[in-house]
Design a protein around this ligand. Structure first.
Ligand code: CAA
Length: 298
């Protein structure tokens, strides 16, 4: 079985980015909006992103139309039952994901591969509610999905070698670089990246340097495209805090617990770029350090 039809459940930033990547590589894609509301809005988001590429001369209008033509947007979860591969990209809540996997396992074709795009939750826990477990795995993309090359292919406890091989081939076919990783919390990238961002926040709390200074140091000194605070704001501070908590709950080492400043910003609704304020204030052009962080956060 080669993968032709891909079902994506969840039309947030990651779900839509992955849907766009798959359709750009020639796959038929069914994108399911997992929460109430019009699914057509998701189509507008993808069309707008592709439209910008056309405007900048990076893509032909005909290519954009062909990509959009391969994408179907719906609110009906059952539309994915006939897919060769399903990629779940819904809310990062284990019980919600397990309930979805339980339903998918019952309604999808027996040879449909069922995958999760979770960043720090257990693939094996999602697999545990399925009858046919050998076809369940993780397929973890990075934001922005159309740009970032890596996909972590997660080997759950009962994932078969055949499933992993099919997923690896699929990733190569959509122009990504897959790595196979065992199902450990945070896999490779987030297990390294989350403590890195947490350490930067602790460094700020200790007064080692200002936000912009620490970011500048990591860009100029380690050739990172973004500094740790820019990256945290880009990912979303609520997401960073949740990833930190998931890793902490697994290893129970305080080194992985969310620092105070991160928790406070999330409590206040300052979630980074998506809310206009986080470690930076994005109402200024270019963004400036959040002035509220110039004194200690208590
Ligand atoms: N969709 C499609 N294309 C995009 C894009 C998007 N959302 N964002 C940027 N691009 C493209 C641009 O079109 C541009 O393409 P061309 O070179 O062909 O023109 C290219 O990417 C560079 O973009 P920009 O010039 O606008 O901006 P930049 O050079 O500052 O790069 C960036 C932006 C790619 C986001 C870069 O800053 C970067 O790589 N940052 C680090 C991102 C990162 O680490 N992501 C991983 C986060 S962790 C994660 O995702 C895991 C998790 O589970 C939470």
């Amino acid at each position: 079985m080669t993968i032709s039809k891909v079902g994506i459940i969840g039309t947030g930033t990651m779900g839509l980015g992955v849907a766009q990547v798959c359709a750009s590589a020639g796959h038929d894609v069914i994108a399911v909006k997992a929460t109430p509301g019009p699914a057509e809005k998701a189509k507008d988001t993808v069309a707008k992103g592709l439209g910008k590429m056309v405007e900048r001369g990076k893509m032909e209008a005909a290519t954009r139309d062909a990509i959009l033509g391969r994408m179907t947007f719906t609110g009906d979860e059952n539309a994915v039952t006939d897919s060769d591969l399903v990629i779940e990209s819904i809310i990062e809540d284990l019980e919600t994901k397990k309930a979805l996997f339980r339903r998918l396992d019952q309604v999808c074709r027996p040879d449909t591969l069922l995958t999760t795009n979770t960043s720090t939750l257990s693939v094996t826990a999602m697999m545990s509610v399925c009858q046919k477990r050998d076809r369940v795995a993780g397929l973890h993309f990075f934001n922005p999905a159309p740009v970032m090359k890596l996909v972590e292919v997660i080997h759950g406890f009962e994932t078969s070698d055949e499933t992993l091989q099919k997923l690896e081939t699929f990733c190569n076919g959509i122009n990504k670089d897959p790595v196979i990783v065992q199902d450990t919390t945070g896999f490779i990238v987030n297990r390294l990246l989350v403590p890195y961002m947490l350490n930067a926040i602790r460094m700020l709390e200790r007064g080692t340097g200002a936000i912009e200074t620490i970011d500048h140091a990591m860009k100029a000194g380690a050739a990172h495209p973004m500094g740790p605070f820019e990256l945290a704001d880009y990912i979303g501070l609520d997401v960073v805090e949740a990833m930190s908590m998931n890793i902490y709950m697994d290893v129970r080492h305080e080194h992985h617990a969310p620092p105070h400043t991160l928790t406070r910003l999330v409590q206040l609704g300052y979630l980074g770029r998506k809310t206009g304020k986080g470690f930076y204030d994005y109402s200024a052009k270019p963004p400036v350090q959040n002035p509220q962080l110039q004194r200690p956060v208590i």
